[in-house]
Design a protein around this ligand. Structure first.
Ligand SMILES: [Zn+2]
Length: 249
């Protein structure tokens, strides 16, 4: 459960401008659906890498803000997230690698949104077709007496044998440039670096169709650290599929 009690008063590292921020007692990262690039649909917590823009115009990371006080409430504004149209500027002017990585990760997911839209539309249409066929094969044969006695109508459940396809995933040159640079930076981090995520790296390589490097990155995940996401990505690498995939947990 996500619980918030009061606010934190924060100062920006660049110019000392003050902001307020919700004071989380607990966070819940549950979402309606997850995507292999780390995006979450209808999540209780915002998506993003903590990238912010100070009122003076400087880009920063939320974790760079210094907490100077806590309060029950405050009139101070929240510090702005970086809007998607500013991400290329943020990448071009980032004065440290950590900001560049955060901006490129957000840009990666941002550029995947158009595909996500096509994917949803395609899957909804295919699912509606599957259901229509199923309904013909499983008609509601209850007579008034069955209904009176509360007998349920047959309910549709997707089965493995039903078609499951997704649209072609063809990253643009802009996407490939961003993913290429991002995977280069992440690969250069030492294996023990907290900035290195082998799941993210494997997914970046996979979406570029670089399956050998994707395989190498995913093989560095320790067995005890493997979760639903990394297992799914490993499977997709095995099948040499580069498509972004939506899944549920
Ligand atoms: Zn500032």
């Amino acid at each position: 459960m996500t619980m918030i009690i009061g606010v934190r008063i924060m100062a920006a590292p660049c110019c000392g401008a003050r902001f307020s921020a919700p004071r989380y007692l607990s966070m819940n990262f549950m979402a309606f659906a997850y995507w292999t690039d780390g995006w979450r649909d209808q999540s209780l917590m915002p998506n993003g890498e903590g990238l912010r823009q100070c009122s003076c115009g400087k880009f920063t990371l939320f974790k760079e803000l210094v907490e100077i006080d806590t309060a029950e409430s405050s009139d101070l504004p929240y510090i702005n997230r970086v809007p998607s149209e500013l991400l290329p500027v943020c990448i071009a002017t980032a004065d440290n690698e950590e900001i560049e990585v955060a901006a490129r990760l957000e840009y990666w997911r941002e550029l995947n949104h158009a595909y996500r839209e096509r994917y949803r539309t395609h899957r909804d249409a295919e699912e509606a077709a599957n259901k229509a066929i199923w309904e013909v094969q499983n008609p509601d044969t209850r007579i008034w007496w069955d209904k009176l006695r509360g007998r349920e109508a047959p309910t549709y459940i997707r089965t493995e044998s039903m078609p499951f396809t997704v649209p072609d995933f063809e990253p643009s040159s802009k996407q490939l440039e961003n993913m290429g640079r991002l995977s280069e930076i992440l690969s250069n981090y030492h294996l023990s670096s907290p900035f290195r995520s082998n799941t993210t790296l494997a997914e970046l390589f996979r979406e570029q169709g670089r399956f050998f490097e994707a395989q190498e990155a995913i093989s560095k995940i320790q067995k005890q650290d493997a979760g639903v996401t990394s297992k799914l990505i490993a499977e997709l690498i095995n099948e040499k599929k580069s498509t972004l995939i939506r899944y549920r947990m």
